[in-house]
Design a protein around this ligand. Structure first.
Ligand code: IMP
Ligand code: MG
Length: 196
């Protein structure tokens, strides 16, 4: 149900702020079954570390990991980009990298969404600079179909979507909606109200 202008973004149920649902929980889980099967086959017999990029990949990570029956290790890193001056190349600050779970291992980077690709390519670059993995591959829940300023493709993608802003299942808008069990598109009036 849609709220009136007065309860935009303040309604009791965050689902009410969605314009439409793109992927329901059941569909996401079915797709994760397929993805996990591929990942399990690809990394069987290899020392695997799953490295989740906080916070967006947390929900995705928890559901995906439990479908991969391998003796893997888990790490989390944070990524913050600073777009200083006119150059928007963006310096990426990597936090929380634990070399003990990365050095000499196959790393599978997990992120919620591939948008410009700057986060994924930046994080992979910093990991290579600061540690010694055997290999880095990447896996995202969502990839937007668009031109990217950097050449980056995720090795495993659960869903490709149009270039529009989505929330839920870990993805946020101003730190809200991460706990939605589905992925959906926010109502335009909710986004506009946040900008006022
Ligand atoms: P990129 O560096 O432009 O690829 O963006 C990566 C990060 O931007 C993601 O990890 C998200 O945190 C955020 N982001 C990009 N697109 C969306 C979206 O549609 N909804 C929510 N967050 C997004
Ligand atoms: Mg975010």
């Amino acid at each position: 149900m849609r709220g009136g202008a007065g309860d935009v973004a303040t309604g009791a149920d965050p689902l009410d702020d969605l314009d439409r649902v793109l992927f329901h929980e059941g569909e996401i889980h079915r797709r994760l079954d397929e993805l996990a099967e591929r990942i399990t086959a690809d990394f069987r017999g290899k020392p695997l570390t799953v490295l989740a990029i906080l916070n967006g990949s947390l929900v995705f990570m928890a559901d995906l990991l439990r479908r991969i029956p391998l003796p893997l290790q888990l790490g989390c890193v944070s990524a913050a980009s600073y777009h200083g001056g006119v150059e928007s190349s963006g310096v990426l600050e990597l936090g929380g990298l634990d070399r003990r779970v990365v050095d000499g291992r196959h790393v599978l980077l997990l992120d919620d969404i591939l948008d410009s690709g700057l986060t994924l390519s930046g994080v992979a670059g910093r990991i290579r600079e600061e540690s010694d993995p055997l290999e880095i591959r990447s896996c995202v829940l969502l990839a937007k179909r668009k031109e990217r300023p950097v050449e980056v493709a995720a090795d495993y993608v659960a869903f490709e979507i149009r270039d529009e802003f989505v929330v839920g299942y870990g993805l946020d808008f101003a730190e809200r909606y991460r706990n939605l069990p589905c992925v959906g598109v926010l109502r335009a009036d909710v986004i506009a109200a946040a900008g006022r």
